[in-house]
Design a protein around this ligand. Structure first.
Ligand code: PEP
Ligand code: MN
Length: 324
């Protein structure tokens, strides 16, 4: 916004803007005439234009997001120039044995964070809802046995209290990205957060959700692209790698890609995972199951152990995650 000097020759200023390829729209702001800049050549010296008193930069709607950078989880550093992080595990924690086997596989694959839902946001109230508190205990125990950190979803205030006790990173699900009251409550817990993108959320809405978390006190936010709903019925979602490229160019928060929910089909995971790393993702979140045929949620996208291990080995020849 260009503020005008007292007695400025507006016609002269407009002509000068036109001559230099600067697009401006006259507007009223606080009772005075100002010019809002819509197009400006990179090197244009706006302050030097005749009749301009001051140039105001637009204020960002998400100042904390704009300043946010890499995230630290224990001794692990995510984002910036750290090697890509692998987060892996089953969709849901089903039993102590299942998550125990998954933790061993995740560690063998080079994952540093173990995932698994104890509280599942299911489309149907009759579908498996997760094993709750006992599952969190199994998850924590299994992770500790293999030196893994834990990320798991909080759905509401009640599950948040339990999750906070057991998790290193709190996951916000796609369905709750817009639950602003919950975002504030999660932020107040002061842990790092993995923020999944709402399935129909714009990038800006997603960043504003991250701003809610940071403003409330979250110890860093990782953005997780997990696919958006489009007109395409053959795949569960459409993985938006354009968003990944955009975020990597314009922001410094870590970006994690979830190729499992992104396509919703296990055979697509390897290609989507490679593409995500090529687009600049700071990490991947991959679902697998010790026995996919038995999976109680998201069975179609669960990788089998052998396929998961070979993908992980291929993706990152060097150890994943970087110690701070
Ligand atoms: C999940 O990670 O299992 C999950 C429920 O993901 P989303 O919120 O992205 O659907
Ligand atoms: Mn899932």
């Amino acid at each position: 916004v260009l503020l005008l000097a007292a007695g400025a020759d507006v016609e002269l200023l407009l002509a000068e803007c036109r001559r230099r390829g600067i697009g401006v729209v006259p507007c009223e702001q606080g009772g005075e005439l100002v010019l809002t800049v819509t197009v400006t050549p990179a090197a244009a010296a706006l302050e030097a234009l005749p009749g301009v008193r001051a140039v105001l930069a637009p204020s960002s709607p998400h100042p904390l997001v704009d300043r946010a950078g890499p995230v630290e989880v224990g001794t692990l550093r995510i984002g910036g120039n750290a090697a890509p992080l692998l987060i892996a595990g089953p969709c849901a924690i089903e039993s102590a044995e299942q998550i125990g086997a998954a933790a061993a596989l995740a560690a063998e694959a080079g994952a540093r964070l173990l995932r698994g839902g104890a509280y599942k946001p299911r489309s149907s109230p009759y579908a498996f809802q997760g094993r709750g508190l006992e599952a969190l205990r199994w998850l924590r125990e299994a992770a500790d046995r293999h030196g893994l950190a834990v990320v798991t979803e909080a759905l509401d205030d009640e599950s948040l209290a339990a999750v906070t006790e057991f998790a290193d990173v709190i996951q916000v699900g796609s369905r709750t990205m817009h639950a602003y009251g919950l975002l504030k409550a999660i932020g107040r817990r002061g842990l790092p957060v993995l923020l999944k993108r709402g399935m129909a959320a714009t990038i800006e809405e997603w960043l504003l959700a991250a701003e809610y978390l940071l403003d409330a006190g979250a110890d860093g936010v990782m953005l997780c692209e997990r696919g958006i709903r489009t007109f395409e019925p053959l795949t569960r979602n459409t993985l938006d790698l354009t968003a990944v490229a955009y975020l990597k160019e314009h922001h410094s928060l870590p970006v994690i890609v979830d190729p499992s929910h992104g396509g919703g089909r296990r055979e697509l995971v390897p290609r989507l995972a490679r593409a995500a790393l090529a687009a600049g993702a700071d990490g991947l979140m991959i679902e697998f199951h010790p026995d996919p045929a038995l999976a109680r949620s998201d069975a179609e996208q669960a990788m089998a152990p052998a396929a998961f291990l070979s993908l992980a080995r291929e993706l990152v020849a060097q150890p994943m995650g970087v110690e701070r």
